[in-house]
Ligand binder design. Sequence first.
Ligand SMILES: *[C@@H]1O[C@H](CO)[C@@H](O)[C@H](O)[C@H]1NC(C)=O
Ligand SMILES: *[C@@H]1O[C@H](CO)[C@@H](O)[C@H](O)[C@H]1NC(C)=O
Ligand SMILES: *[C@@H]1O[C@H](CO)[C@@H](O)[C@H](O)[C@H]1NC(C)=O
Length: 304
Amino acid sequence: MDSSSLRRTASPVLLAISTLFLLLSPHVHSASSPPPPPPPSPISLSFPPFSPSNLLCQFDKSLNLSADLICTPSNPPGQIVFSYDNDVISTRYQYKKPVQLWKKGSPYAASFSTQFTLQFHRDAERSVKRVFGGGIAFAVTPTIDAGDSGPESFGLFKIDDASGKAAGGKNPKTVAVEIDTSRDVTYSWDPQIPHVGLDISSVNSVASKFLWNGTAFIDRKIAVFIDYDAQKEVLAVRFQNVSASGKADKAKSTLFLSYAGLSLGKTVNEMSYVGFSSRVPVTTDGVYILYDWSFSTQWVLKKK
Ligand SMILES: *[C@@H]1O[C@H](CO)[C@@H](O)[C@H](O)[C@H]1NC(C)=O
Ligand SMILES: *[C@@H]1O[C@H](CO)[C@@H](O)[C@H](O)[C@H]1NC(C)=O
Ligand SMILES: *[C@@H]1O[C@H](CO)[C@@H](O)[C@H](O)[C@H]1NC(C)=O
């Protein structure tokens, strides 16, 4: 509505009252703008206990399987074990409710910190060289559903195998930190394994780094720390070898990736799902074990 139509529709009495108010109000001409509305509330998640009431295991629904055949509570409980008895399968394991990462029109955006400890545990019967599963990614996604993502993308989204980009030129609004342990040798875009990579709506990573000798990488507890600074628009990934009885300790971790220029606000949905996306192994080859996971946001003023 423009001001002329406002004038036409407003009653003379209302106009007189608002004019009087304008004259009496001492602040109306002041140059200072009102303070911005406060940012949304931050979120803080911490597991274990890994409960199906707040974490969802999702995979190809056409299989009509019970979720606890893929994302299995360990015995004794405490950990979650990812694998499937019959095949390699793309699986999501994410927090049920979407979390807010930015807000339209707000000067604030969410920084986040996430940490998890996992193990790529190969079955003792398997040969040293055999790759199992495909890897696992910490993922920020628009849906909680692996959908028709297919086998080559950790369950993130459907890709064009020759390029690693989202199939059909689609924008999957996904950011992921992949820990990749398998490589399709048909194509040359995927770096040497095992590696960590930052995926921005493509599994052809914008930045990646070789981790270390694959034999030394599997069958041990590894802690991963991912920190996103929404003000600097920098994402950093750190790794730590954890002893069998040890705990994650960021002070003992090593920085592997630091990527500047990631604006989550321009990449993912305001409300996105967080958690894991993986191509999990056949149980007879091995399993992936998740020991713990924490995720928290902190609202900061954005870069102007
Ligand atoms: C899925 O499995 C359940 C339990 O075995 C069965 O009752 C149901 O009919 C199955 N649904 C389909 C679509 O096969
Ligand atoms: C890789 O690690 C394994 C197990 O720690 C070790 O036996 C092997 O010598 C290492 N290989 C290389 C090339 O460093
Ligand atoms: C973990 O241990 C392996 C084998 O000793 C080593 O090559 C690798 O650099 C270590 N990783 C970290 C993050 O310290």
